[in-house]
Design a protein around this ligand. Structure first.
Ligand SMILES: [Zn+2]
Length: 312
């Protein structure tokens, strides 16, 4: 780590080689998960706009499961893709698609923790159709509710419908992004995965570490059920976003270039100068990309002279 003026350039000869640490963990890494969800949410917003311009309707649907207590997240998560398959398969799904002239669906699982009832799992779905008549739409609502209940059994929660809002609202709905900032506010009660990690690191309390580990373990097998955090049905991209360049999740998560340590405040600089272990961690974070570095500095209270934003 070499010092140049007020900034430290990371990755100088003799240091850890930045860029050598692959990350791209789109479920477990708070920075990569945030980047991928934001980018996919943006795509979903563009697709919804294109669909509206051609006279289509866009619905934001929350398919919920009943909350589950500590230790039950993995088992509950398995029900999410199973129940969703009931909704989107069979002759009911096909017939509905023809009657409503459906353009497609985009879906994403959302996991949060809140006291007192524990894990909340919701499948967020954007439905793009042309069910112009109200009774036709009500048929769709009734079939989804029935199939969701069939698939999830006693764990089935409510299926809630509303017309999707502006593009920004649609993006936020699908991104369901979580940058960990709520986890640093002691009064926040609804916590996403990155919030659990931030709170565990901040407080050091074993209970929060346990919840974070439970999420990380549950997310690994669940990611086989939903390969990408935000999935698009066939045709949504090709029809509504023609010509858009497709990037894989790994490409979205990968942030290019070396990270330059922004100017730190004097107390932050003193702490870093005295702590070799912390310096190595900073190098590691920088090797994963600028977003990781910003996250790490913020999470460890290493204040910068100017506010560093988490790269979205
Ligand atoms: Zn990452």
């Amino acid at each position: 780590m070499a010092r140049k003026g007020n900034a430290v350039l990371l990755g100088e000869p003799g240091g850890t080689e930045p860029g050598s640490v692959p990350c791209g963990q789109v479920w477990g890494c708070p920075v990569c998960a945030h980047a991928v969800r934001r980018a996919r949410g943006h795509e979903a917003g563009l697709a919804a706009d294109a669909h509206r311009r051609s006279g289509g309707r866009v619905w934001a649907v929350d398919c919920a499961l009943e909350p589950a207590g500590p230790g039950q997240l993995a088992a509950r998560w398995h029900l999410l893709p199973a129940a969703w398959r009931r909704v989107v398969s069979g002759s009911g799904w096909g017939g509905e698609g023809r009657r409503t002239r459906r353009a497609g669906v985009v879906w994403t699982p959302r996991v949060t923790w809140s006291e007192p009832d524990g894990w909340h799992l919701v499948l967020r779905v954007l439905l793009l159709d042309r069910a112009g008549r109200e009774e036709l739409h009500q048929d769709v609502v009734a079939r989804w509710t029935a199939q969701w209940a069939n698939g999830a059994g006693s764990a089935a929660g409510r299926v809630r419908w509303r017309p999707a809002g502006t593009r920004r609202e649609t993006e936020d709905f699908m991104a369901a992004a979580c940058d960990g900032s709520a986890g640093r506010r002691p009064q926040a009660v609804e916590l996403g995965p990155a919030d659990l990690l931030a709170r565990a690191r901040r407080t050091g309390a074993e209970a929060w570490w346990e919840l974070w580990r439970e999420y990380a373990e549950a997310a690994a097998p669940a990611s086989r059920g939903h390969r990408s955090p935000v999935a698009f049905s066939r045709g949504v991209r090709s029809v509504l976003l023609p010509g858009a360049v497709y990037q894989t999740d790994a490409e979205l998560a990968a942030e290019q270039g070396r990270a330059t340590l922004p100017p730190l405040t004097r107390p932050a600089w003193s702490r870093l100068a005295e702590d070799g272990g912390l310096q190595l961690q900073v190098l590691d974070a920088a090797g994963r990309g600028p977003g990781h570095l910003a996250w790490f500095l913020d999470d460890h209270g290493l204040r910068t002279v100017e506010k560093v934003r988490l790269v979205a």
